[in-house]
Design a protein around this ligand. Structure first.
Ligand code: MG
Length: 301
């Protein structure tokens, strides 16, 4: 399914004669890989009233990024915001997570208390309004705009996410959040998640990024005192360090090797908008612009 979305997005790109270069500086590309994105509704283009207008106004005032078409994000972001299939998939994944967690809890060989580890962006919180804003305003990702979005603390919960974390909490499983939001973003992130009803929305249970995007060390810190029964995220690096740097085969062989972990210990949520999968394509493909790189990776018949 993810492949179909990518292919459809690239077809849309090919039909757009006005697409400009969208190559990001290395630092921004790296930050983008660990952040959320979103799209504001079309009415925000002309109607600057209401909640979305406030978001736009707050972001418009001090955006530093140069104008840069983000049209390659349109279809993926619309799918994330407007498809019932996306909603159903999130419910499906969190229902699978509940079943898997209950089963894993039955194992009696555990020597430490049980824990579940969840990513935040595009796992629990929907940042697609930020990505939509990028498309509408033709802004590539930059940390200043992202931080202003985070500071608003208005991200909505993804379908089934609050319910799952509360279910885990009700079973006595310690809920941890391991995210590559930075430690400077801790305050508004806690405010946002606490207001939505996520359990353990506090600095003890939220392990954010300090100096490295790798989550391996932070998971190891949790594993000193807990046994992690389940990992939930939209990027495979949320589940294992082996997926942090992709092999030339896009880690297909690694996924095949781990196949029995998916749905039992690893719960993977759909994110067609950004992630290591996209960074991998942009890094490995020849060409100048992002569009050129993506087109060269496309398989036809
Ligand atoms: Mg994420």
């Amino acid at each position: 399914m993810k492949k179909l979305i990518i292919v459809a997005g690239i077809i849309m790109l090919a039909s757009c004669a006005t697409v400009k270069q969208t190559t990001l500086p290395a630092k921004e590309s790296s930050a983008r890989a660990v952040r959320g994105h979103t799209v504001l509704p079309p009415e925000s283009r002309s109607d600057k009233t209401g909640r979305d207008a406030k978001i736009m106004a707050g972001l418009d005032s001090s955006s530093l990024a140069a104008a840069e078409d983000q049209d390659h994000l349109i279809l993926a972001t619309l799918w994330f915001q407007k498809s019932a299939e996306m909603r159903a998939l999130y419910y499906q994944c969190f229902r699978t997570a509940e079943i898997a967690l209950a089963e894993n809890l039955e194992w009696t060989g555990r020597t430490k208390p049980a824990a579940v580890v969840l990513d935040i962006d595009e796992t629990l919180l929907d940042n697609s309004p930020f990505q939509g804003w990028q498309v509408l305003e033709k802004k590539s990702f930059n940390n200043d705009d992202w931080f202003r979005w985070v500071e608003l603390a208005r991200a909505k919960p993804l379908p089934g996410s609050v319910e799952f974390t509360r279910y885990a909490d009700s079973l006595g499983v310690e809920v941890f959040y391991v995210s590559n939001r930075t430690v400077q973003e801790m305050g508004p992130t806690i405010k946002n998640m606490a207001a939505l009803g996520f359990p353990n929305a506090d600095s003890t249970h939220m392990l954010l990024k300090e100096s490295t995007s790798s989550k391996v060390e932070r998971r190891a810190l949790i594993e000193k005192d807990y046994e992690i029964l389940l990992l939930v995220g939209d990027n495979l690096a949320d589940h294992s360090g082996i997926y942090e740097k992709r092999d030339p085969d896009h880690d297909f062989a690694a996924v095949d090797s781990d196949r029995r972990l998916f749905g039992t210990k690893y719960i993977v949520l759909p994110n067609p908008m950004y992630g290591n999968w996209l960074n991998d394509l942009l890094r490995s493909a020849p060409g100048g612009t992002e569009q050129e790189k993506l087109m060269k990776m496309l398989e036809g018949f």
